[in-house]
Design a protein around this ligand. Sequence first.
Ligand SMILES: [Zn+2]
Length: 416
Amino acid sequence: MKPRLHAPKRTLLIDGIGRLFERGRVEQDVRMLIRDGRVAWRGRADESAPTVDDEVVEHLDCGGRAVLPGLVDCHTHLVFGGDRADEFGERSTGVSYERIAARGGGIRSTVRATRQASETELVTLARARLDRMLARGVTCVEVKSGYGLDLDTELKMLRVVAELQRTHPVELVPTLLAAHTVPPEYEGRTESYVEHVVETIIPAVAEAGLARFCDVFCERNVFDVAQARRVLMAGIDAGLRPKVHAEQLHRIGGTQLGVELGAVSVDHLEAISAEDIGHLAGSETVAVLLPGATLFLGMSQWAPARALLDAGVTVALSTDCNPGSSMCDNLPLMTTLGCARLGMSPAEALTAITWGKAAALGLQSTRGHLGVGAAGDCLVLDATDEAQLPYRFGEVRSWAVVCSGDVVVGPGCPSL
Ligand SMILES: [Zn+2]
């Protein structure tokens, strides 16, 4: 867990919690003590909190409101330059992605803009997105590289994540996604680019300690299963745990590969089969569903959350925040899509943006719940029932957000 940003360290007593939602269950009338950034004690409303002599205790009275653990957005491409509003407009009136790509649009335009942007510019752009996320109660965000596609820019993107990790209250988890697509200078030479990723980019990033996970876009006409396997194996050899962009547009076997390699998550899954669900059900791999991308791309096939949950698979929901296929940093909105389009219950959707997400990043001991020892992060809704979150779609009423025991949004705080 990152150290608190603001000295001196204080202890926070959170009182008047009407409903505490965690891992699909609700406990009523709770109070808790956060000390040194972690939950130090939790009890019922009538129990006295065990404070220490001379301890300065701040008090946050939630007045009977509903509280959730800090939300976790476990699949984002938060660091990027440029904007693709023009492309969105073209696509919405029927212009094909191939035509847009042929005139230099699509992901290549983001690669160009990200290569050109300075580190400082990228920090500024990403910080604004993180501020909006924090205001909605998101206190942990996974961020992928993948708009550099060359060693220098991939390192630059991951240094931006490291800089934000040092200077922003949100906990960041960096993922190397050098195998996002084939860069223009390797056009028609996918194998050579895979070689470059495996031989040069992965070792350099691991050596610099700038990533925790290694991801690959396993998709028809991008990286096939054999190429994805090479990338993920090189990541494993370098100490980076695997994640996979799998079965988004076509079912080509990324899910099975992820399960076989012990991936912490397989993400997208719109085109997943019953057989793949069977593989996932017998594994620890989390299914990360990204309904914002399904919606934004106008796809008709939604990921089968209901079937995954019924099979016992851990499901997470995430924004996939990126300029091409999901220009959205509103994680709570994904719970509405989870309910309205994926067949999830409100409790399942809320679990999928807290607990399931923690599991998708290997952080389940400290995130997704508010037991003793957990991160002292929570979202206090301006509502007495957590079901208001998916119900009031697109609109989040954060009454307060607590991050490492600091009240960073809400009563008494300057607005972000
Ligand atoms: Zn993605």
